[in-house]
Design a protein around this ligand. Structure first.
Ligand SMILES: [Zn+2]
Length: 76
């Protein structure tokens, strides 16, 4: 997993979450959850914020994460 770049509101710069990439799929991590689809608003200024990951990409992403988890478990 690479990334960790801050995702900020384009209007006021409020930090919304962090962006990560797995197999070229970008997802948004925010407060312990992975967001795949949202129509939200910046809580600081009200700016619209949209984030979408397609179903196919999400399944690939989750599979990859679970595979990695198994690999790490076997190493212990
Ligand atoms: Zn804002």
């Amino acid at each position: 997993m690479i990334g960790g770049e801050k995702v900020v509101c384009q209007k006021c710069g409020n930090e919304i979450g962090r962006e990560f990439y797995i197999d070229g799929v970008a997802f948004l991590e925010c407060g312990g959850i992975i967001i795949r689809r949202t129509d939200a608003n910046c809580k600081q200024c009200g700016q619209d914020f949209h984030w979408v990951i397609t179903e196919t990409k999400l399944q690939r992403l989750i599979k990859r994460v679970l595979d990695n988890r198994e690999t790490y478990a076997n190493l212990r």
